[in-house]
Design a protein around this ligand. Structure first.
Ligand code: IYR
Length: 253
């Protein structure tokens, strides 16, 4: 994310009135101002190779489905580490890298997460979502019961860091923390698909505070996504839905 972000400099001062923030008021940036610039590493592809790779990647990603029925088969921690490394390659506002991933394999933690999510989702379905929303979801056949939360070998929780606390007690504002972390989530979905694994992009409503406290996450983090990661169960089904055609999603000038 490189677009104009300079306007926020003023917000640091916190001195109000017409006083300009001084250098003394500025918290240090995530990247030091005197960092050197180096030559870009770039693998140039032939036009043919570029085309082939674009088709192949599309075909891989077009097979991604949101999966709600998981096998209990394990997935190695090394694979999870590589998926998170990949998610961490996402671009971020001012290179603040405002994300934190919590990977849960421990069955007791998974059980507690399931209890928190199911009890909130029961209220979501009964009261908070309302009849329009629950009706819009009927085709998906979802309910507040979430067996995948204890069946999947891993639950990956994606937290966005709204600010970064500095050792001196001040806070560094994380520009675009939501979209930066959402982009890392998208890259994580691609990495999961590429590894031959499946996930469900879930955003548990009203569960953030209880899950944060269960996992001991600090005040500056907010839960963005909860992804069960693993393999589909032998009897896994998905709704027979289709994607929009290219001409419905692309306009070219
Ligand atoms: N969070 C609930 C409900 C739900 C909401 C949407 I939007 C979905 O696309 C699917 C489900 C649940 O996980 O069941």
């Amino acid at each position: 994310l490189s677009a104009a972000m300079t306007k926020n400099v003023i917000e640091y001062g916190g001195v109000g009135d017409s006083e300009e923030p001084t250098h003394h008021d500025l918290v240090p940036p995530a990247v030091p101002a005197d960092i050197d610039h180096i030559l870009l590493q770039h693998n140039r592809r032939t036009l043919e190779d570029s085309f082939t790779r674009s088709v192949n990647f599309y075909e891989l990603m077009n097979q991604r489905r949101s999966v709600r029925f998981f096998s209990k088969e394990p997935v190695s921690e090394k694979v999870i580490e590589n998926l998170i490394r990949t998610a961490g390659t996402a671009p971020s506002g001012a290179h603040t890298e405002p994300w934190q991933f919590v990977a849960v394999r421990d069955p007791d933690y998974k059980q507690k997460i399931r209890e928190i999510v199911e009890s909130e989702e029961e209220i979501n379905y009964m009261k908070r979502m309302g009849s329009q929303w629950t009706n819009d979801l009927r085709a998906l056949r979802t309910t507040h019961i979430k067996e995948y939360l204890t069946d999947a070998p891993w639950l990956v929780l994606v937290f966005k860091q709204v600010y970064t606390p500095l050792p001196d007690g001040r806070k560094r504002n994380n520009y675009y923390h939501e979209i930066s972390t959402a982009l890392s989530g998208g890259i994580l979905l691609a990495a999961i698909q590429n590894a031959g694994l499946v996930t469900l992009t879930s955003t548990p409503m009203n569960c953030g505070p209880a899950l944060k406290s269960l996992l001991g996450r600090p005040a500056h983090e907010k839960l963005l996504l909860l992804l069960p990661v693993g393999l589909p169960s032998a009897t896994c089904t998905v709704p027979n839905i289709h994607r929009k055609k290219l001409n419905e999603i692309l306009t070219v000038f």
